[in-house]
Write a protein that binds this ligand. Sequence first.
Ligand code: NDP
Length: 290
Amino acid sequence: MGAAAQPLTGAPAAEALLEEAARRAAALPAAPHLALVRVGDDPASVAYVRGKAKKATQVGLSSQVHALPEATAQAEVLALLAALNADPAVSGILVQLPLPAHLNPETILTAVDPRKDVDGLHPVSTGRLWTAQAGLRPCTPAGVMALLAFYGVPVAGRRAVIVGRSALVGRPLAALLLNADVTVTLAHSRTPDLGAVTREADLLVVAVGRAHLVTPEMVKPGATVIDVGINRVPTEDGKGRLTGDVHPAVAEVAGALTPVPGGVGPMTVAQLLMNTVLAAETQRQEAAGE
Ligand code: NDP
C-alpha cells in the first residue's frame, strides 16, 4: 500500500473564491444581483436554490428567487427571462435544472442574455469558451480549475483524461484545460478499455455519476484525481450517504484526490457567485462605454 493521497478539500479553495467575489462585489457601485429562477418543487432544486441565495447574501450580493409553479407554460418562463434580461439591476440569471418535462431546456437556456449567463451554458458562452475568448464559464468546470489553481497543481503540458462528456461538466472542462495548455482526452460510455485510457492521465477527472466506477488499477501512481461525481448509495439505517465516482482505495495510488462530499461541490456555488460578480463588472464597463 502506498502513502495516502493529498486530500484536495474544497472548503478552503471555495472560501478563497468567495472572499475574492466579496471583495470585487464591494468595489462595484451597486451590489451585483443574482436572479434565481426555479420551476416546480423538486426538493433537491428547492434546496440548491435556497443554498445559492444564502451564499449570495454572505458575500454581499443581492438575490431573488423567482419560484414558478410546476405547470408554468414555456411562454411564461420566457416572458420572465425577457423581463430579467431587460432589467439593468439584474446582473446574472440562473435557471435551476432540471426543468419539468414539458419545458425545453435548450430554448429556455438560450433565452438568457449571454451577458447575464452566469451558468455559462448559453451557446454563445460555449462558443466563446471553445474559441478561447473571454466569457462566462460553466460553474462546475470553472470551479475545478479554481481548485487546481488553489492547490498549485501544475496543469500546462500535462496529460489529462476526463471521463464523462456532458455539456455541464466534461465538455466545458475539456475546453478549459485545453485553453490552459493541457493535452486532453475525453472518455465516455463508448470508450473501450477505459482503464487503459485513464492510466495515461497525470490529471484524471471523473464526471460520470456511477459510484466507484474508477478503481485503483485504473489510476497512474501519483496522478491527481478529481472526483466530480455525487452518488447517493444505500446505508443500513436507510438514510443513504453520498459517495463519488472514484473508489476510496484510489487514495492509495493517487498523489492527490478530492473528497466526496466536500471536494468539487463547494466550488460550484462559489464559482456561480464569482460569475455574477464578473457579469456585473462587464456590464458596468459596457455601460461606461469602456
Ligand atoms: P451526465 O449523466 O450528463 O453525463 C455522464 C457522462 O458519463 C456521459 O458522458 C456518459 O457517457 C458517461 N458515462 C456513463 N457511464 C459511463 C461508463 N460506464 N464509463 C465511462 N463513461 C460513462 O452527468 P453530469 O455530467 O451532469 O454529472 C456527472 C456526475 O457529476 C453526476 O454524479 C453529478 O451528480 C455530478 N455533478 C456534480 C456537480 C458538483 O457540483 N460536484 C455538478 C454537476 C454534476 P455518454 O455520453 O456516452 O452517455
